[in-house]
Design a protein around this ligand. Structure first.
Ligand code: DGJ
Length: 555
C-alpha cells in the first residue's frame, strides 16, 4: 500500500473500528431489548432487534385499519417495497364503552404485518386527529360537562378537547396505557411494532388557544417555572411578556405538549417503545397575500409541534422521543428548511407522512442524507381513496425498490455518518460531496460533454446516494446522475497522488452481503458512474491512488 493510501486508510479504519466496537456494544445490549432510539454524535438510529433500521414506510388511509379494508392494504405495501406499515388505532372503536377495551383491530394489524413480513407503527388516533377530536369515543363526545371542549375567544364550544381538563387527560392516558400493555403482551418478544405515534397532528382548529375557564385561569397565572427554566426565558412570569403577539399560541403549545407528554409517559410505563408526534407544519402564505404567515387555529392547528413550537414541546414533553414533520408541498426550499428545523441533536429526523407527488424521490434522498431514520408516503393502499387503480406509480417505487435490499447496510452507514446524498436543484447541475480527502462529484442530466457544465434534468429530479464502505470503497446509486471521485486537489498535489478506479461492480446486497451481477467499465464508468433513470442500478466502486507525476528519472 502506498504511503497516501496508508494515510487515508488509517483515518478511515480508526473510524471504522470505533464504529465496529460501538456496533458490537449495542448488538450485545440490544439483541433482546425492545426497539429504541440511539444517538451517536449528531446521528440517530432506530434500533430494531439489535441493529439500526431504516424505516421505508407507508401510511395507509385513515379508514383502512379494518378487517374489510386490510386485504386492499397488504398488496400495495408489497408493491411499494415498504418494510413498515403505519396504521391507525381508533380510540372510538378500541374503547367503545368506558373501561371496556377491544383490541381486535390491533391484533389484526400485528398479525397482518407479520404475515406480510412488515414492521408496524401504530398511530394512536386519540384526543387529537388533525387538530380536532373526531376519534374520541361517543361517551366522551356526548358528555361535554365531564369531558370539556376547547372554547374559542367568542365563546364557541369546539370539536377539540380541552387540554386543561384532567378528566380528558386521564381518559386518554388510561386508554393509551391499555393499548401499550396489550401491544407488549402480544408483541413484547417479537418486535413487529417498532414505534408508536401518539395522537395525530395535534393542536386546535378553531381557536388560537383554549378559553375555557380552567385554561384562562392557567394563562393568567403565568409561564410555569419548569418552562422558564428550560427555555431560559428572561421575562418569566407573564405569557404576553415572554411571547408578545404569540403568547396565546405558545400557551396552547405548552398545554398541548404537556398533555400529550403525559399520555406518552403513561404508555411508556407499560411498554417503552419509541414514541413520536407527527406535525402539521406551518406552510408559507401565498406571496400575494398581505401577511407574513399562516394563521394559527385556521390554517394549521394552533399549539401543535409546528416549527416555532419545537422548543416548548421539547421542554414540556420529555417522554416524546421525536417530533416528525408531515410534508405536503412541492416546495423544496421549504422541505430543506423543515429538515433543518427538525433534524436536531435532540430530535431524530423522521418524516411520517408525505404527499404522493413526483418529488418523492428527491425529498426522500434529501432526508436520508440529513440522517433520517425513516420516510413514509401517505395513503398507500388499494382502497381507491388516494391511489386510483391497483398499482403504485413508478416515481414512488423507484427508490424504495432499489434501496430496500440494502436497507440494513444503509441504516448502519447512516448511523455511522458515512452516507451522503446529492439532490439536484434548478440551476445547480453539479454538486461535490466530501468524504475526508476524497471528493465525490455528482453531475446531473445527460448527455454530458467534457469540459462543460452538465445539462441538468428538465424538472431537476437528479439525485445520487453515496455511502463509504471502506477506506477506498463506496456504494453508489442515483437517478439521472453521474458520479466521479477525485482526491481533494490540495491533498493530491501535496502528496503527489491521484485517484483511479480499480474496479466497479454492479450488483446488490443480499442479507448484508454484496453480490456482483457484472463489472461496469467503458461507457458506464469512463466519465463517472452513469446512473440513468430507466436503468436502476447500484454499484460498488473500489479506488486506489497512483503518483500524480512520473519520477524525475523517467522523464
Ligand atoms: C395529514 C393527516 O395526518 C393524515 O391523517 C391525513 O388526514 C392526511 N393529512 C390527508 O392528507
Amino acid at each position: 500500500m502506498c504511503s497516501v493510501n496508508r494515510l487515508i486508510a488509517k483515518n478511515r479504519y480508526s473510524a471504522l473500528l470505533a464504529a465496529a466496537g460501538l456496533c458490537c456494544g449495542f448488538l450485545a445490549h440490544a439483541q433482546s431489548s425492545a426497539p429504541h432510539l440511539e444517538r451517536q454524535g449528531n446521528r440517530h438510529a432506530l434500533i430494531v432487534n439489535g441493529k439500526p433500521f431504516l424505516l421505508l414506510g407507508a401510511q395507509i388511509n385513515n379508514s383502512s385499519s379494518w378487517e374489510s379494508t386490510l386485504p386492499q392494504v397488504w398488496p400495495a405495501l408489497a408493491d411499494l417495497h415498504a418494510n413498515t406499515v403505519e396504521a391507525p388505532v381508533y380510540w372510538e372503536s378500541m374503547e367503545p364503552v368506558k373501561g371496556q377495551f377491544q383490541f381486535a383491530n390491533v391484533d389484526r394489524l400485528v398479525e397482518g404485518a407479520r404475515a406480510h413480513n412488515l414492521h408496524l407503527v401504530l398511530l394512536w388516533f386519540g384526543t387529537w386527529k388533525n387538530g380536532q377530536n373526531h376519534y374520541v369515543p361517543e361517551w366522551i363526545k356526548s358528555d361535554t360537562q365531564q369531558y370539556p371542549r376547547e372554547i374559542s375567544a367568542s365563546g364557541k364550544l369546539l370539536d377539540v378537547m380541552s387540554p386543561s381538563s384532567t378528566n380528558n387527560l386521564s381518559a386518554d392516558e388510561h386508554a393509551f396505557a391499555m393499548l401499550m400493555r396489550h401491544v407488549k403482551s402480544i408483541d413484547g418478544a417479537q418486535h413487529t411494532v417498532i414505534m408508536i405515534q401518539v395522537e395525530n397532528e395535534s393542536g386546535a382548529i378553531g381557536t388560537v388557544r383554549d378559553h375555557s375557564p380552567e385554561a384562562d385561569r392557567e394563562f393568567a397565572s403565568g409561564v410555569p417555572s419548569e418552562l422558564t427554566k428550560a427555555l431560559h426565558l428572561t421575562s418569566p412570569s407573564n405569557w404576553q411578556k415572554a411571547y408578545g403577539a404569540d403568547a396565546d399560541e405558545r400557551f396552547g403549545a405548552y398545554q398541548t405538549a404537556r398533555y400529550i407528554g403525559q399520555v406518552a409517559a403513561a404508555g411508556k410505563a407499560e411498554y417503552a417503545l419509541p414514541i413520536y408526534c407527527n406535525v402539521w407544519i406551518t406552510y408559507p402564505v401565498h406571496a400575494l397575500e398581505n401577511r407574513d404567515r399562516a394563521s394559527a387555529g385556521q390554517e394549521y392547528p394552533s399549539g401543535g409541534p409546528q416549527q416555532a413550537n419545537i422548543q416548548i414541546w421539547k421542554a414540556a414533553a420529555p417522554a416524546i422521543d421525536l417530533l416528525g414533520p408531515d410534508f405536503y408541498s412541492d416546495d423544496f426550499t421549504l422541505f430543506q428548511q423543515v429538515v433543518k428545523d427538525y433534524a436536531r441533536p435532540d430530535n431524530p429526523l423522521f418524516i411520517p407522512e408525505t404527499a404522493l407527488n413526483k418529488n418523492f424521490g428527491r425529498d426522500f434522498y434529501y432526508a436520508l442524507g440529513a440522517g433520517a431514520i425513516g420516510f413514509s408516503p401517505f395513503g398507500i393502499d388499494y382502497t381507491g381513496w388516494t391511489l386510483k387503480g391497483k398499482e403504485i406509480p413508478e416515481f414512488l417505487t423507484h427508490d424504495f425498490s432499489l434501496l430496500a435490499p440494502m436497507q440494513d447496510v444503509l441504516a448502519r452507514l447512516n448511523f455511522e455518518d458515512k452516507l451522503r446524498t446529492a439532490v439536484e436543484t434548478p440551476g445547480q447541475s453539479r454538486r461535490t460531496i466530501a468524504f475526508g480527502d476524497i471528493d465525490a462529484v455528482v453531475s446531473f442530466g445527460f448527455p454530458q460533454s467534457d469540459g462543460e457544465q452538465p445539462p441538468g434534468t428538465p424538472d431537476s429530479h437528479g439525485r445520487a446516494l453515496i455511502a463509504q464502505t471502506g477506506p477506498m470503497e463506496f456504494v453508489v446509486t442515483g437517478v439521472d446522475a453521474s458520479v466521479s471521485f477525485r482526491l481533494r486537489q490540495k491533498f493530491g498535489q501535496q502528496h503527489n497522488q491521484q485517484l483511479e478506479i480499480l474496479r466497479v461492480d454492479q450488483g446488490q446486497y443480499n442479507q448484508g452481503k454484496w453480490q456482483t451481477r457484472r463489472i461496469w467499465n467503458g461507457d458506464q464508468t469512463d466519465r463517472g458512474l452513469n446512473f440513468q433513470q430507466a436503468q436502476p442500478a447500484v454499484v460498488r466502486i473500489r479506488l486506489h491512488t497512483i503518483p500524480l507525476h512520473a519520477p524525475e528519472a523517467s522523464r
